[in-house]
Design a protein around this ligand. Sequence first.
Ligand code: FAD
Length: 391
Amino acid sequence: QEKIKFSGVVEDCCCDYETVNKLNDQVLYPSLQELVKTPFFRYFKVKLWCDCPFWPDDGMCRLRDCSVCECPESEFPEAFKKPSSHGLPSDDLVCQEGKPQSAVDRTVDTKAFRGWTVTDNPWTNDDETDNADMTYVNLQLNPERYTGYSGPSARRIWDSVYSENCPKYPSEELCQEERILYKLISGLHSSISIHIAADYLLDEATNLWGQNLTLLYDRVLRYPDRVRNLYFTYLFVLRAVTKAAEYLEQAEYETGNPTDDLKTQSLMKQLLYNPQLQAACPLPFDEAKLWKGQRGPELKQKIQGQFRNVSALMDCIGCEKCRLWGKLQVLGLGTALKILFSVNGQEHLGQTLELQRNEVIALINLLNRLSESVKFIHEMGPAAERLVEGQ
Ligand code: FAD
């Protein structure tokens, strides 16, 4: 087996592994961890009950750890609430983990999106302008971790993602842009597997949770490409965030609590204009190199269509919590693609960047997830290798 080498430049990117690890440990991970805990970034708007457009529903998973805890309206920030709302009875104030049927107000106030555009993202399947059946979910209460979701249902989704929508790399015919789509999906897949390994149900009887380093090795580490793709995806999303820095700096992070909102704004600035990041890795990924050939526009449409299919497949996930994180992270990737490729590029002069509130929440939470995965693999990778070698 090839050993993972944390050296050299991350393929198709502009920074090396050592720099990425150092930057992540010292500046990005700590800022992101704080940022995602702020009220603005903790609530994600999502349509969780959707029909799979590709095959008949194979039933939602009934495993306890799959269920998502939805938020009663009383829990989300003032600015997100319906003005006429009188709140919910106090019995419902606690999130009903494991009881999706419990009375939860799913209505969403469009005023919560004040100052933010509500336009459809061309890279995703969901119509983001449609608020029907949307639910707010407190991401802090629903961490991405082991849920027990596996078997044919999970396999069918990954197989469809890879075989139908982004053919296996390396293939002679794949151009750089198509390879990038594959790498983004594979990097996300690695990150999901790493979160499963980092927070695993070790003993069901005693409800003991902890790290599963064998799983980390078996699913990710023993395939160096999967590690490389994780780093690539991290740098790609980081580039999107820094490219949109001006927009993100000026955006409104209003939740109704000025102290919280100022803190969010200042954390955002810290992330966007970090001197260490600017000195060590000013251009994490160079998007200007893409879509140069004659086939550029046609290729972009094709890849956008493929990514939309990946996004639609998230509605086929038979586990609610996996669906939540699948949808969030695919929206985050779609937002990164939109920032890097749909607007502001040389060929798109005159178009200005417009982001929705939910896109920004997805983008930052995705970057945080990737950052956690990079940190985990950097810290625990050697121990996992030793463990497996010693067996
Ligand atoms: P899988 O991870 O299902 O992989 C299937 C096949 O894909 C592998 O055999 C391999 O050929 C290929 N593959 C694997 N990793 C990569 C990679 N990085 N790059 C390229 N190819 C790869 N389960 C949870 O417990 N918690 C979750 O939060 C969760 N979220 C999910 C989100 C989505 C969108 C999906 C589709 C599934 C999710 N699952 C989650 C299920 C989980 O991803 C696995 O499918 C499940 O744990 C079974 O794993 P497996 O070993 O069969 O391999």
